[in-house]
Write a new protein. Structure first.
Length: 181
């Protein structure tokens, strides 16, 4: 496990990416989930060694990582205008409970592998808690948010900003115009 000093510097791109035990693509690759917060700790050419919140380390194509524009707000800095984090925490708890129920049904023999995949299809949960800091995946908005228990700010997004609500920060990646997708 990493200590309380883990601070993501990047996130995995929205389509996910492969990771290797060494900077050698001929080895076995492990897929990384989309928008997983990681810390880039070393570079060797195009290769980047990352560390995840749980302490797991791997090598990836460092060119594909999405840089986080800056560190999360400090305790004395304003978090922005996103309200109360409790509704997002409640949605994460509900999604985790649905996943736990599906896992229990699978383990008890009430579901086969295909039924388990059907029941969990589209379910996305992301929660990293580090003391008073929390990173939550907001599946309704397609973004990771950072909070300190009193409010939230967007940390990384699946897509560009919505026209109705401009973000407090610049987008974390290029936006493809609607007609070019």
């Amino acid at each position: 496990m990493t200590g309380p000093g883990f601070r993501p510097t990047h996130v995995v791109p929205p389509q996910g990416m492969p990771a290797w035990a060494a900077p050698d693509p001929s080895g076995a690759a492990v897929p990384l989930d989309a928008l997983l917060p990681v810390q880039l700790v070393d570079r060797r050419g195009d290769w980047g060694r990352i560390v995840c919140a749980n302490g797991w380390s791997a090598w990836v194509d460092g060119r594909l990582l999405v840089a986080v524009p800056k560190d999360p707000p400090t305790a004395d800095a304003p978090l922005g205008h996103t309200p109360d984090p409790r509704p997002l925490l409640a949605r994460a708890e509900s999604a985790l409970a649905r996943y736990r129920t599906a896992v229990e049904d699978l383990a008890d023999g009430g579901l086969d592998g295909e039924a388990f995949r059907q029941r969990t299809r589209g379910l996305r949960i992301g929660v990293v808690v580090d003391g008073s800091d929390v990173w939550l995946y907001d599946d309704e908005e397609g973004r990771w948010v950072y909070g300190d228990g009193t409010g939230l700010s967007t940390y990384a997004a699946d897509a560009g900003p919505r026209a109705a609500a401009p973000p407090a920060r610049a987008p974390t990646r290029s936006v493809v115009p609607e007609g070019e997708r």
